[in-house]
Design a binder for this molecule. Structure first.
Ligand SMILES: N[C@@H](CCC[C@H](N)C(=O)O)C(=O)O
Length: 285
C-alpha cells in the first residue's frame, strides 16, 4: 500500500529549487499532479518542480532521476537537480562514491563530487554533447541552421537553438538588466517554432567576463538559474564568437562554470548544490 506521509528534501542549485523524494522508500503514483500541488509557492511547499530519485534500470548507472516542472510536465534533464542529487546521495549515505553515474531520460550523466570533511562542496556534471536538431517548425522567420529570429510581442529576438537533452533558445540582448523576461519568455516558450515548447535564455556578455543570463523555463516560468540553460548559453556564445570554450554564466541565483571540451565535444557544468530543509507532507495535499 502506498504510504500517504512522504518525507521530502528541499534543495537548490544556484537558486533553482526542487523538492526531492527518494522513491526507493516512497511511491509517488501521480508525480505530475503532485508536482503541480507541492510546487505552489502559496498553497504547497514551493519549488520550481519535483525530482524523483530512484533505482537505475541500466547496470551502467548507480541511480536515476526524473524531473517534473511546476506545471507537471516531465523534462528529459535538469542540470541543477543532477548536482543536488550528487550531494543528496553522498551526504545521506546512499553512496560512498565520489563519481556517480546518474540515469536520466536524456542519457547517463557522470557526476563528480568535490568533498571536504564529509560535505559535498561542489559538483561537476558531464552533460554530454550539445545537439542542434532544430525543431521541425523552426523554419518560419529563421535563417540558417540552428540560428533564427523570432517575433514576440512586437520585438525580434535573434538566437540559437541548442539541445542539452532538453530544448533551449538562447537570445543575446543588450538590455538584460531591464528586459521584461516574463513578458517575452512566456510568448517565446510557446512560439510556433517550438512544437514541444522551449526553455528561453536571455543573455548578455558583461565587462567582467561573465555572461549575465536570465531564464524563462519551460513549465516553471522565471527561475533563479537553469543548469542546462547555462550550458546552452555557453555553447551559443562560443558558436557565435562571443566567448571561448569556457564561460562563467551569471544567473539570478548564482554562477555556473561551463566548459565545452574540444576533445570530445562534451559540456562540463560545475556549480554549487545546497540543502534547504527537510519535511513531510501528505500525498493528498
Ligand atoms: N532547471 C533545469 C531544467 C528543468 C527542465 C526544463 N524546465 C525543461 O522543461 O526542459 C536545469 O537546471 O537544467
Amino acid at each position: 500500500m502506498t504510504q500517504r506521509i512522504i518525507k521530502f528534501t528541499k534543495m537548490h542549485g544556484a537558486g533553482n529549487d526542487y523538492i526531492y523524494v527518494n522513491t526507493l522508500i516512497y511511491n509517488i503514483p501521480d508525480p505530475a499532479a503532485v508536482s503541480v500541488r507541492w510546487s505552489d509557492r502559496h498553497k504547497g511547499i514551493g519549488s520550481d518542480g519535483l525530482v524523483l530519485i530512484g533505482a537505475a534500470s541500466s547496470p551502467e548507472a548507480d541511480y536515476s532521476m526524473r524531473i517534473f516542472n511546476a506545471d507537471g510536465s516531465e523534462a528529459m534533464m535538469c542540470g541543477n537537480a543532477s548536482r543536488c542529487i550528487g550531494k543528496y546521495l553522498y551526504e545521506k549515505g546512499m553512496t560512498d562514491k565520489s563519481v556517480i553515474r546518474l540515469e536520466t531520460l536524456s542519457g547517463i550523466k557522470t557526476l563528480k563530487l568535490y568533498i571536504n570533511d564529509g560535505k559535498v562542496e561542489r559538483v561537476t556534471v558531464d552533460m554530454l554533447c550539445p545537439a542542434f536538431d532544430v525543431p521541425a517548425q523552426y523554419a518560419p522567420g529563421c535563417s540558417d541552421g540552428n540560428d533564427g529570429t523570432l517575433l514576440a510581442d512586437g520585438r525580434l529576438f535573434g538566437g540559437t537553438f541548442v539541445s542539452m537533452g532538453n530544448p533551449h533558445f538562447v537570445t543575446f540582448v543588450n538590455d538584460i538588466a531591464t528586459l521584461d523576461i516574463a513578458r517575452y519568455g512566456s510568448i517565446l516558450e510557446r512560439h510556433a517554432a517550438f512544437p514541444s515548447r522551449c526553455n528561453i535564455e536571455f543573455a548578455q556578455p558583461m565587462a567582467d567576463g561573465t555572461i549575465r543570463t536570465r531564464v524563462w523555463e519551460r513549465g516553471s516560468g522565471i527561475t533563479m538559474a537553469c543548469g542546462t540553460g547555462a550550458c546552452a548559453t555557453a555553447v551559443a556564445a562560443a558558436l557565435t564568437g562571443r566567448s571561448g570554450r569556457s564561460s562563467r554564466i551569471a544567473m539570478d541565483g548564482g554562477t555556473l562554470d561551463i566548459t565545452w571540451q574540444e576533445a570530445d565535444n562534451h559540456v562540463m557544468m560545475a556549480g554549487p548544490a545546497e540543502f534547504v530543509f527537510e519535511g513531510e507532507i501528505n500525498l493528498d495535499n
